[in-house]
Design a protein around this ligand. Structure first.
Ligand code: SF4
Length: 314
């Protein structure tokens, strides 16, 4: 079994849970800061005080180093702090399709994934359930959980909350959806997406650095995902500039071509289609221009894995 760097995670979890922001009595876990008591009410994410998951599986469609041989032990949490009109997971994130799960049961889910060979525990859209997740992780760690923990997020996070995860999370898998607040407002109902996200990502980078599966005993670092949207909506060039100049060109980018106009996307003519090959090529050129590395998807979308390293395209 691999050793996770930075032992003592159980202690860090205990300390993190003592911070007032972890209380669900006046929930401020995400940038929405609804301040609702989730035992009696629900906020923007429509989640109660009980963790709720849609599924827990060994996932082989994530970035290659996260999949390894055993697959990524992926747990999909319900609820989201964003309302993307094109959300590819809208049944889970916005329709709340899932099952309530206790802290004890969730810790067993984590342990079962490890037992089945998972390379890591991949927490998808975890923030609304962060308190319960940390309690479950602490319990699971006391029972032998020792694979890396992945925080898989839209990027729209409070830097103050992310700071509490220092030493607990090994890998941040964060989206950069837009590089312009007005786009976030129009397509995701968030009026400060980029203002908030760029700071949250800096905090993630500060904690773990650029992703590497060679520098440490176990994989660690940040990977940035960028879904290319039609008509330049996702702001790929500005994303490349931000990564190169405000983080590091060694931060891997996972450039995704898989956009489909699902959910309410057809109400917005400019994003009511898939991207063209030209648009994807332009996005790749922007990445190249800033000397960034990572992975890209085959444009046809017939292959699910992002198997090709950037910078070595034929
Ligand atoms: S986690 Fe949910 S209830 Fe809490 S601040 Fe965010 S949207 Fe509001």
């Amino acid at each position: 079994m691999k050793e996770v760097p930075g032992g003592g995670k159980a202690d860090l979890i205990k300390k993190a849970l003592e911070f007032p922001v972890m209380s669900l009595q006046s929930c401020r876990l995400c940038p929405r800061e609804c301040a609702v008591d989730r035992e009696v009410s629900i906020g923007f994410c429509e989640q109660t005080e009980v963790p709720r998951i849609s599924s827990a599986v060994l996932h082989f469609g994530e970035e290659p180093p996260l999949v390894g041989r055993g697959g990524s032990g992926t747990v999909f949490f319900c609820g989201c702090s964003m309302r993307c009109v094109y959300c590819q997971n809208f049944m889970i994130s916005q329709k709340n399709n899932g099952t309530d799960i206790s802290v004890e049961e969730l810790s067993e889910v984590f342990l079962k994934l490890q037992y089945e060979g998972a390379e890591n525990i991949n927490l998808v859209t975890p923030t609304a359930h962060l308190s319960g997740i940390l309690a479950s992780l602490g319990l699971a760690m006391s029972n032998g959980l020792n694979i890396p923990i992945v925080y898989n997020t839209s990027g729209y996070e409070r830097a103050e909350v992310i700071r509490l995860l220092d030493g607990i999370i090994d890998i941040y898998l964060a989206d950069i959806r837009y590089t312009d607040d007005t786009k976030g407002q129009k397509y995701s109902g968030t009026n400060d997406y980029w203002t908030v996200t760029r700071n949250a990502i800096k905090e993630m980078y500060k904690q773990v650095g650029a992703f590497s599966d060679r520098r440490y005993d176990a994989p660690k670092g940040i990977i940035l995902r960028h879904l290319v949207l039609p008509e330049g909506v996702s702001g790929t060039n500005a994303m490349g500039e931000y990564v190169a100049y405000e983080l590091s060109s060694s931060v891997p980018i996972s450039l995704m071509s898989q956009y489909r106009p699902v959910f309410h996307a057809r109400d917005y003519p400019e994003i009511s289609r898939r991207i063209t090959e030209r648009e994807y090529e332009d996005a790749l050129s922007s990445i190249d221009q800033y000397g960034l590395t990572g992975w890209y998807q085959h444009f046809s979308g017939t292959e699910s894995l992002r198997v090709k390293p950037l910078g070595r395209r034929e």
